[in-house]
Design a protein around this ligand. Structure first.
Ligand code: GAL
Length: 931
């Protein structure tokens, strides 16, 4: 059977990554198992006896004084214990009050702390702030204890460094407001330093979870809930909350004496994890990967139980964030002496290639971190064999190191690679390093690392260079959800989304505003897409620096990543404090990777604060200021970290506030033109590639989605898709919109045409509407009178018509058709078929006015896991087996089971002839797919 081209490419890329090892190579003692299947899930919390959800505030009233410039207000004076705050410039505010009422700026709040609760000491007690909106700096007795950014999450402040046992203890909080209301919006309470843990109920080993739902992960427990207008618009009007997961798994007796690491790629969010009733830890960030060493708590030769509590009730961002174990879970078994988690880093140095884009040689440097969990020092031999993209030997790195008992060591080594195959956007060639560790001649560990060899350079006047070639970054920003499935993205969906962006001629992906799934980076590596990898928040607390460490350690081998971003639009971005925090983050990155510039996305404060310490200036919007900034900072490379925010609803040609739709005629040229025309701008990232749930702008209910996408939530293109394809791509093209405007007969309407030709001529029913020159990076509009029939455009270059596009008025819908993204799937309970559904007339033309409800049925080893139609105001369920079409299209996602065979999908709707499709589900080995 002939595979669709893209499926064949995907399989080929996957096959390359599984080139065989040398036959004589012994099996690695390391084993890494996916733990995605067979979880039990319970929605909502199961409260423990004695656990209280909300603590009472120990401070009810504050003395409050607004200040214009927080950092200018002298903290030494304002936070001092002895300051008299009885004067008229001070007023009274209560905990929970909005003290800003929309004013953007700062305010000091002061209050004495009561005595510590009996049985606690300044060392064991912390002050827990439930929420301070938006950011704050906390002082005790005049001493700065902590800076916190983020308006909604609870945080703890250790008291010991400034506590006076003879009192008084005066707390001073400098609160910053960047938008809307703000203040100390939640209780402030004493709390024990240790994190609360539960060892009974669902955390306990013997809890009876048989009534819980059976689920596999990736899983999103928020996406299935009904839309509720009383819930947060930014989170897509879906109630967020708590979820519990449990999973039993057997460990072989042969695991005795091994080290066991339980890895979570991502849990949204604030998770607590137990193994066999033992508390392993708490991890708040919903976006960073983390792992627990479970060697001591695990029982080899027996059944073990993992329990996870995820609490998604507090947001980290202002978009749909979902909830649950939404990325993969792994269990890694290693010897006592082994490569550390994320413990390999391969980078390369080579002279920048010239015009031929080639290099004679590259030096590949490896940094391998070894860990010895045994009781005697280990003499280790480290060998990394480098294999090129064809599986041919390309060099070997060798080193020896002694690792002390219980210690770790980073072992450097390097090798020359002759005629390296460079990673580029057109030919994204990847190398693999097979790193083996032997002790006394015995193999103790072997790991495989994928990396690439390429040069990157940002020039302050000429922009970005990849392998010596100037490349304008034509990027999009994206959140991580999709129609039908929310944030629980099977790997195939990530492959699909990157492919859709490449089809549009995009070459850049900004992971806004958080680190993505690892598999997304793998796709960018394989498909040739530059990545701006982003940390969630600005800060220099150990927690935030820990997140930066995770980001860089986990991701630094990916050749697609060409810059690190520390944060987005932070309130402190243009301040001295913000600059200091950024410097600490940058220092953290540089300790782990010196090969990429460090940047962030700023929407103000340019030229101050962070600008003074970062390597690249990211500008969110503000295109009018690019020239002035460049003149002031001629040595700082610049790029548009966020641009456009153009709102359009697929298929709509008028704004409609009641139904929550925006016209396709909103243009995006103003944001791309200055980037395209200014050589010093390295490129930009459009907000956004795909629509996402939540942040419904410019409307609210009934709209539940953003409209910023160049594609909708299903990946169907909107009109501006062709604008980008015209000016980002190289192939000559012309595009006309659909021509079924029922009810508009005889009325004037605007026809917008996209093309990269010199001139375009438009025809309505064969009659020329005029030929117009096409402005570079622009579009063309014609005012015409609508008459059903045909709309046609011809694109001319050098006076010759070289491309044509044509739309015909569709008749009534008579049939349903399917367009699958792939027809050969892996029988692994994860892989999916993403199937576009179109309603067509008798002549096969898509009917843009069709909104019929389509019912899906499925037989064979598969199930329907989600449906969507890209309608930003649809309140239909995602987790069901029918969907109405939106402008003639909808989508169904089919997931495999672990059985092989033929999956048959059918679509029916009254009055339409049905569609039928077969998908083959086979073992990965039969498809030569390796994950
Ligand atoms: C930006 C912000 C994005 C999104 C966008 C909407 O300022 O960084 O997260 O909110 O605005 O236009």
């Amino acid at each position: 059977m002939k595979l669709p081209l893209f499926a064949a490419a995907w399989l080929a890329a996957a096959a390359l990554c599984s080139a065989p090892l040398r036959a004589a190579e012994p099996a690695s003692p390391r084993q890494r198992d996916r733990m995605d299947l067979n979880w039990r899930f319970h929605a909502g919390d199961i409260l423990q006896p004695g656990a209280s959800a909300v603590e009472r505030s120990i401070i009810a009233e504050w003395k409050m004084r607004p200040v214009a410039q927080g950092i200018d207000a002298d903290p030494a004076h304002m936070a001092a214990t002895a300051l008299d705050s009885s004067g008229a410039e001070w007023s009274t505010a209560r905990t929970g009050d909005d003290i800003f009422h929309g004013r953007i700026g700062f305010a000091w709040m002061r209050a004495p702390l009561p005595a510590l609760p009996a049985g606690t000491t300044p060392q064991s007690a912390v002050l827990r702030f439930d929420s301070v909106d938006d950011a704050c700096t906390i002082y005790l007795n005049g001493q700065r204890l902590l800076v916190h950014t983020g308006w909604s999450d609870a945080f703890d402040v250790a008291l010991a460094p400034a506590w006076r046992s003879d009192g008084p203890n005066v707390l001073a909080v400098l609160v910053e407001n960047t938008d809307g209301g703000g203040g100390i919006t939640g209780p402030v309470a004493y709390s024990k330093q240790t994190q609360p843990t539960m060892t009974s109920g669902p955390a306990a080993e013997r809890f009876d979870d048989r009534t819980w739902a059976k689920v596999d992960v990736p899983h999103d427990y928020v996406v299935g809930a009904a839309f509720d207008p009383a819930t947060d618009p930014n989170h897509g009007f879906k109630p967020m909350g708590i979820g519990w997961y449990r999973k039993q798994f057997a460990l072989p007796a042969s695991d005795r004496g091994k080290r066991l690491l339980l890895e979570f790629d991502g849990i949204y969010r604030d998770s607590q994890v137990w193994l066999n009733g033992h508390f392993l830890g708490r991890h708040q960030s919903g976006y960073t990967s983390f792992a627990y060493d479970i060697t001591d708590a695990a029982r080899p030769g027996s059944v073990n139980t993992i329990a996870v509590r995820a609490d998604a009730s507090r947001p980290e961002g202002w978009w749909y964030e979902g909830g649950g174990i939404y990325r993969h879970v792994y269990l890694t078994h290693t010897s006592l002496v082994h490569v550390a988690h994320w413990g390999t880093f391969f980078s390369s140095s080579l002279p920048e290639p010239g015009a031929d884009g080639r290099a004679d040689a590259a030096t590949v440097t490896g940094r391998i971190t070894l860990q010895n969990e045994g009781s005697a020092p280990a003499e280790c031999r480290v060998t990394s064999r480098l294999l090129d993209s064809n599986g041919h030997e390309a060099g070997t790195l060798e080193a020896r190191a002694t690792v002390s008992a219980g210690g770790s060591a980073e072992v450097p080594a390097s090798a020359q690679v002759a005629n390296p195959q460079l990673w580029s956007l057109e030919t994204p060639r990847l190398y693999r390093a097979i790193t083996s560790i032997t002790v006394d001649g015995k193999l103790v560990d072997r790991v495989e690392t994928t990396f690439g060899i390429r040069t990157i350079r940002f020039d302050a006047n000429l922009g970005f260079f990849l392998n010596g070639k100037s490349v304008k970054i034509k990027g999009t920003c994206n959140h991580q959800d999709m129609a039908g499935i929310g944030i629980a993205m099977p790997d195939r969906v990530l492959n699909f989304r990157i492919r859709k962006l490449k089809e549009m001629a995009s070459n850049g992906y900004r992971c806004s505003h958080n680190p993505p799934a690892v598999e997304l980076l793998d796709e960018c590596d394989r498909q040739g897409m530059l990545v701006m990898d982003e940390n969630r928040k600005l800060g220099d607390s150990s927690e935030i620096l820990g997140q930066v460490t995770t980001l860089v350690l986990r991701d630094r081998n990916h050749p697609s990543i060409m810059m690190w971003s520390m944060c987005n639009e932070e309130g402190l971005q243009g301040t001295e404090v913000g600059g200091k925090m950024f410097a600490a983050m940058k220092q953290t990155v540089l300790g782990l990777d010196t090969t990429r510039p460090i940047s962030c996305a700023m929407n103000g404060g340019w030229g101050k604060g962070i600008t003074l310490v970062e390597d690249l200036q990211g500008c969110n919007y503000g295109e009018g200021g690019y020239d002035a900034f460049h003149a002031q900072f001629p040595n700082l490379p610049m790029y548009g970290s966020e641009t456009a925010s153009t709102v359009t609803s697929r298929g709509e040609f008028g704004d409609d506030a009641t139904r929550g739709y925006v016209t396709e005629l909103h243009s995006t040229d103003h944001s791309w033109k200055p980037i395209a025309e200014k050589p010093f701008m390295a490129g930009s990232f459009v907000w956004t590639g795909f629509d996402y749930r939540g942040e419904p702008s410019p409307y609210r209910w009934p709209c539940v989605n953003s409209h910023f996408g160049i594609m909708d939530t299903c990946g169907f293109p909107k009109e501006n898709w062709w604008y980008y394809q015209a000016w980002w791509g190289e192939k000559p093209m012309v595009h006309v919109p659909q021509w079924t405007r029922t009810g508009q007969e005889g009325k004037p309407l605007t026809v917008r045409v996209f093309s990269n030709c010199d001139e375009v001529e438009l025809f309505v029913n064969g009659a020329s509407q005029g030929r117009k020159p096409m402005e570079r990076n622009g579009h063309l509009d014609w005012q015409v009178t609508y008459a059903p029939g045909a709309l046609e455009a011809k694109g001319y270059r050098g006076g010759q018509a070289i491309v044509t596009d044509r739309s015909e008025t569709a008749g009534a819908a008579t049939q349903i058709t399917f367009t699958p993204d792939a027809t050969r799937l892996v029988a692994d309970r994860e892989d999916v078929g993403i199937v576009a559904v179109e309603l067509r007339d008798a002549k096969g033309r898509i009917v843009p006015t069709a909104a019929n409800d389509v019912v899906f049925t499925l037989t064979g080893p598969g199930k329907i896991v989600g449906v969507g139609n890209g309608d930003p105001s649809s309140h239909e369920a995602d987790k069901t087996s029918h969907r109405s079409a939106f402008h003639g299209r909808c989508m169904v996602i089919v997931q495999t089971t672990d059985r092989t065979g033929t999956i048959t999908l059918t679509a029916t709707s009254p009055g339409l002839s049905p569609a039928r499709l077969t998908l083959q589900s086979a073992r990965a080995s039969a498809l030569t797919v390796s994950r």
